[in-house]
Design a protein around this ligand. Structure first.
Ligand SMILES: NC(=O)c1ncn([C@@H]2O[C@H](COP(=O)(O)O)[C@@H](O)[C@H]2O)c1NC=O
Length: 511
């Protein structure tokens, strides 16, 4: 008896060649309407599924292959006598190979202004049912969901007469991953349009972007997966123009740099080391902004990652070239800048579409045995209920410095203290277990530059010791959330020293 292949594909690329080769090997081909037409037009003998089921495709294609004549053929154990007898009784022929790809749900919902009706119509029902049936029965059936597997399957069929059980199992596993991811997209989309905000189950799905040489340390295996419908403004979407492959730590740091530079509309440059900003600068031009980011901490920037929100020109490239950097990310590089920067073999140059909508995504943090999910911290001073708590109001310059510090401190590991002037960070105290400790680090780094600077604190002061330390170093303005039962002590201390203190009412912890 001839072997049977059932082919039903939405994306018809490569299917004619695949079906023709199967036919040449001796397979009988069954197909659904559109696929059948394409194969037929290309001179391949095809039996319509409706000829097998004795039932036409109905409901605009919603029901084509959902029939016992098809699913009996897919699910029967080929060497089981009872199954064989039942197939014979029902006049059903077993199916040996299934090639199916699904309605393009993901592409459909990615389209701007897609309607719910259009999205729903692109939920494939018959396809996943066939794929899952064939994958369940991979002991007997070869199942192909990915056109990239057409050649490998054909080679095995030609050389060995069959696809080995090991490969059939691999193909089946791929199918289950595929249908699970397909359903995850559907679940996420329908959950969103239904307005459900706290689903009892999370169904995120990710695609392999690249395997990595190693993880955080060389003895840890690692890979980078990307969110298929995630933000464009993402390290996972970056285009690498030059340099070595990104490492695990590079990806993490580059992500951190992008999240910070995203805060700025004016020309800004951000240097990151180990996920914390070591220098942030703003200016009239990107060259000036980078100059400030460099001056902010010319020691830590060594081996760092720099993100800039304007095209890197020749002047800026010349400055960047002077320093050992791991990565430079920008919207683009001029030809001259590229020429300068690519003279170093290893430096990674990346571009990212800065003009793309900066979509906010849920932030996921894995813990052993679980996943923490929260909204992104998109709160800015524009929406904050800001009030001046001290007798003295900030000067214009102090406001500018505090606003810069507030944008940066949100991205520094808590407890975080950032010192700024109106153009740059001058001290960063990150990840300390007590607030005054973070302040001391920032103040020490700033040294003389602390005089006349502004201090930003990611959370309230539990007591007045940080204000005292700031005052003694010459800080003149402080921005902090407020909300401590001892706020009054800090405000009093600030008044004592003539410091102006702004309360934002909003905390920016980052752990
Ligand atoms: N409803 C069904 O019985 C059914 N059977 C197969 N399909 C899908 O129809 C598509 C192929 O259709 P056509 O060959 O008519 O172009 C494939 O993506 C396949 O997954 C179906 N469509 C959707 O559910």
């Amino acid at each position: 008896m001839k072997k049977r292949a059932l082919i039903s594909v939405s994306d018809k690329s490569g299917v004619v060649e695949f079906a023709r080769a199967l036919e040449e090997i001796g397979y009988e081909i069954l197909s659904t309407g559109g696929t059948k037409n394409v194969l037929h037009e290309n001179g391949i003998n095809v039996i319509g599924v409706d000829d097998i089921t004795g039932f036409p495709e109905i409901l605009e294609g919603r029901v084509k292959t959902l029939h016992p004549s098809i699913h009996g053929g897919l699910l029967a154990k080929h060497d089981n006598e009872a199954h064989k007898a039942q197939l014979e009784e029902q006049n059903i022929t077993p199916i040996d190979l299934v090639c199916v790809n699904l309605y393009p749900f993901q592409q459909t919902i990615a389209k701007p202004n897609v309607t719910v009706e259009e999205a729903i119509e692109n939920i494939d029902i018959g396809g996943p049912t066939m794929l899952r049936a064939a994958a369940k029965n991979h002991q007997y059936v070869t199942v192909v969901v990915d056109a990239l597997d057409y050649d490998g399957v054909l080679t095995q069929l030609k050389e060995a007469g069959e696809v080995s059980i090991e490969n059939r199992r691999k193909l089946a596993a791929k199918v289950f991953r595929h249908t699970a991811a397909y359903d995850a997209h559907i679940a996420e989309y329908v959950t969103e349009v239904s307005g459900e905000e706290e689903p009892e189950r999370m169904t995120f799905t990710y695609e392999l972007k690249q395997t990595l040489r190693y993880g955080e340390n060389p003895h840890q295996k690692a890979a980078f997966y990307r969110q298929p419908l995630g933000s464009e403004f993402s390290i996972s979407m970056a285009r690498q123009l030059h340099g070595k492959e990104l490492s695990y730590n590079n990806i993490n740091d580059a992500n951190a740099a992008l999240q910070i530079v995203k805060e700025f509309s004016e020309p800004a440059a951000v240097a990151v080391k180990h996920m914390n900003p070591c220098g942030v600068g703003v200016g009239e031009t990107i060259e000036a902004a980078f100059q400030k980011a460099y001056e902010a901490d010319s020691t830590s920037i060594f081996g760092g990652i720099v993100a800039l929100n304007r095209v890197v020109d020749k002047e800026t490239a010349n400055m960047l070239h002077e320093i050992f950097l791991e990565i430079i990310i920008a919207p683009a590089f001029t030809e001259e800048a590229l020429e300068i920067l690519t003279s170093k073999k290893n430096i990674r140059l990346l571009t990212i579409p800065f003009e793309s909508a900066k979509k906010t995504e849920k932030k996921l943090t894995s813990v052993e045995g679980g996943l923490l999910v929260q909204e992104d911290d998109v709160f800015t001073l524009d929406n904050a209920d800001v009030r001046v708590a001290t007798k003295r109001e900030p000067t214009e310059e102090e406001w500018a410095a505090m606003k810069l510090g507030w944008k940066v401190v949100k991205h520094v590991k808590s407890n975080a203290i950032v010192l700024t002037n109106k153009e740059m960070t001058i001290g960063v105290g990150a990840g300390q277990m007590n607030r005054v400790g973070a302040a001391k680090i920032a103040l020490e780094q700033a040294g003389e530059k602390a005089v006349g600077s502004a201090m930003a604190s990611d959370a309230f002061f539990p007591m007045d010791d940080t204000v005292e330390a700031a005052a003694k170093a010459g800080v003149t303005a402080i921005i902090q959330p407020g909300g401590s039962i001892r706020d009054e002590d800090s405000i009093k201390k600030a008044d004592e020293y003539g410091i102006t203190m702004v309360l934002t009412g909003v905390r920016h912890f980052k752990h």
